[in-house]
Design a protein around this ligand. Structure first.
Ligand SMILES: [Zn+2]
Length: 263
């Protein structure tokens, strides 16, 4: 398993959790304003002949610099893991926010084609539907059309309804909230459980305070997803990787709920 950081953003928690200053608990006050390096992480997993990639992103404007138009960081990370783009068998897109899928295709022949030509691409059905309903879908140059549209035309896009069991203990688990089709990858092997949780949590504070979330998230489904996930992750003592939390962790039970302990 290899974590590939495609780039850091400089941000403060208050940039994405819109909690009024008066509502911030005193022990978290400094956490909200401190500038942090926020990574954007994809994950590669080699398992039983499968070569699985969770999210495929690159830093391009209007994202934070340094920019990486050629997806150099993602490809270098895969190479370090011993995987060529054509080796990838499965690409799980956790959700349809740009940094999680904008490196899934590559310009060729005046159009766009899959960057990982052998990979089935799993995208939550509600995110696929939302992309096709969106205004950008009318524009053939849009990010959505040049990625999801191109992958669909190549016959690789696989919309996922709810949970989806793949073989060898690999499962896509729906976790809506961050986006309607947000999903996680769970792997159970040899008694161990790994979750790639995408953006279920962006910061460990959201683990302790599951009502904290960005204003683009849908609160009811997001809290339900977080509650169900926390129960399962605790019971399995699962190893967890979140796209924007710098180190892997596990959940520990506290007097008031759960906390993320980095490992
Ligand atoms: Zn994200």
């Amino acid at each position: 398993m290899t974590i590939i950081n495609i780039g850091d953003a400089n941000a403060a928690l208050q940039d994405w959790i819109t909690l009024p200053e008066a509502g911030r608990p005193p022990d978290y006050a400094e956490v909200f304003t401190r500038q942090m390096q926020v990574p954007h992480q994809c994950v590669h997993i080699a398992l039983n002949g499968r070569s699985i990639l969770v999210d495929a992103g690159r830093m391009v404007p209007p994202g934070p610099p340094p920019f990486d138009p050629e997806a150099t960081r993602l490809l270098a990370g895969l190479a370090a893991a011993g995987a060529r783009p054509e080796d990838i068998t499965d690409l799980v897109i956790t959700h349809a926010h740009w940094d999680h899928f904008n490196a899934s295709t590559i310009a060729h022949d005046g159009g766009f084609g899959p960057r990982f030509p052998s990979a089935r691409v799993f995208l939550g059905q509600p995110d696929w539907e939302a992309a096709r309903r969106g205004e950008a879908w009318q524009n053939s140059d849009s990010l959505e059309r040049t990625t999801f549209g191109a992958l669909n035309e190549a016959g690789l896009l696989t919309p996922v309804h709810g949970d989806l069991d793949l073989d060898h203990g690999v499962k896509i688990v729906a976790a809506p909230g961050e986006s309607p089709g947000h999903q996680m990858l769970r792997i159970r092997t040899s008694g161990y459980t790994l979750f790639c949780v995408g953006d279920l949590y962006h910061h460990t504070i959201e683990v302790e305070r599951p009502t904290y979330m960005p204003d683009w998230a849908e609160p009811v489904s997001n809290q339900a997803s977080r509650a169900a996930f926390a129960r399962e992750a605790l019971a399995a003592n699962a190893l967890l990787i979140a796209a924007h939390i710098p180190s892997p962790g596990r959940l520990h039970e506290t007097a008031t709920g759960v906390t993320w302990v980095s490992v």
